[in-house]
Write a protein of this length. Structure first.
Length: 402
């Protein structure tokens, strides 16, 4: 027997598909959890509240009788977007195994990865799923390479691409951040963002941080009021007016995780940051601001205020979350690349979806590569965002009238 086969045989992988089974291993799960997205209480909330979730899907990897790793996910019914660029061509209904961002907990290593990937491919057949989707995989990591090679040729993901993930070490105060983490030019810009707002709206600027369950409803309604004006709302992403977000805020407040920052001008909410403090790290979940006040950089002003408060609370790290944005590049001091991998099942329908996705997405990826080469991607994105940003009603007050 080879060393590899001996290692594989020493590991057992069990699939849990009910909340009762999962709750029975609460002590194991909570000892391994490291990210709020896969916190057991948050996981249970999402599985219970989302109508598209058919059942939990959790892998428990054990060496002998000892659990050494947990992989959290869900079996869902939803839509697969077949897109060309931003244009959605078709949205067929699919059955999907979704593995959570932050849901890979416990030990990692080649033997664990091989056991997990082998079991996932088997589960595609057992769960009658068209595909599985796994987000937060480090780009060019051994796990990504394994997921790229293990499936059959037509089941592989040929469209996976890297996405930047920015982080920052937090100072103990805003003054420390400005003096030690920013050069003179950026320091002047940051101070000006706060100074100009106070100058143009004397006595009308108010900041608020919501942390308690009693204030969640106010935070929710004021955040929605601002979010409706953003381009994210037009795309159907970002903070949305739904019961899931209301329950998320309540759970976070009950757990002591919630930091909901609001900026008001004459008692009107104009900007927000919704954050989760988990351990010594704050995770930025949602943000938005009134686009009519763009020139005042109110999002930056609120962000700087937030940094000062979090540093004083012994929060030491900031996770900006997925994707690239101007403010992440400006303030972040560390980054890594990650991706979402899709693996398709072996049924005729799943293979057809895989081929169709490749035929439509391939040209888009080629076009994107050309835009990146000629530094035009951000310009195209700005034009698109302008087209989907909700028009402001004429009756809304301008910045000068607030």
């Amino acid at each position: 027997m080879t060393l590899e086969n001996a290692s594989l045989k020493s590991l057992q992988v069990k699939v849990l598909t009910t909340l009762e089974e999962i709750q029975a291993m609460r002590n194991v799960w909570t000892a391994m959890q490291w990210h709020p997205n896969a916190d057991l209480d948050f996981y249970t909330l999402i599985v219970s509240v989302r109508s598209e979730v058919l059942k939990p899907y959790v892998l428990v990897v054990s060496r002998g009788d000892e659990p050494v790793a947990v992989l959290a996910g869900r079996v869902e019914e939803g839509r697969l977007e077949i897109k060309m660029g931003y244009k959605v061509l078709w949205q067929p209904r699919v059955r999907r195994i979704t593995l959570l961002y932050g849901g890979c907990m416990g030990q990692t290593g080649e033997d664990v990865n091989r056991a997990v990937v082998k079991r996932l491919l088997q589960s595609l057949r057992e769960q009658k799923a068209d595909l599985l989707s796994w987000g937060g995989i480090r780009w060019k990591s051994p796990l990504q390479q394994m997921l790229s090679r293990a499936p059959a040729f037509l089941c592989r993901d040929y469209l996976a691409r890297p996405s930047e993930h920015w982080t920052m070490d937090l100072p103990t105060s805003l003054d420390e951040f400005l003096e030690r983490k920013m050069n003179k030019k950026h320091r002047y810009w940051a101070k000006r963002a706060m100074r100009v707002l106070e100058k143009d709206f004397p006595g009308a600027v108010r900041y608020r941080c919501v942390t308690t369950p009693e204030d969640v409803e106010t935070l929710f309604s004021h955040t929605v009021q601002v979010a409706r004006k953003t381009y994210q709302w037009g795309l159907g992403v970002g903070f949305q007016d739904n019961e899931e977000n209301r329950k998320r805020l309540r759970l976070a407040a009950q757990k002591g995780w919630l930091r909901g920052y609001l900026l008001y001008l004459k008692e009107e909410p104009v900007a927000f940051w919704i954050c989760t403090v988990y351990g010594d790290t704050v995770h930025l979940d949602f943000t938005g601001f009134d686009p009519e006040l763009r020139k005042y950089e109110i999002g930056t002003a609120l962000f700087l205020r937030m940094l000062g408060e979090l540093g004083a609370q012994n929060v030491r790290h900031l996770d900006f979350g997925l994707g690239t944005a101007f403010y992440k590049e400006r303030f972040g001091d560390g980054k890594f690349e990650e991706t979402t991998m899709c693996v398709f099942g072996s049924s005729a329908r799943a293979l057809g979806l895989s081929v169709l996705r490749l035929l439509t997405g391939g040209p888009s990826e080629l076009a994107r590569a050309l835009l990146l080469r000629f530094r035009l991607e951000q310009k195209v994105k700005r034009i698109w965002r302008g087209l989907v940003t909700p028009a402001q009603e004429k009756k809304e007050p301008s910045a000068a009238k607030l």
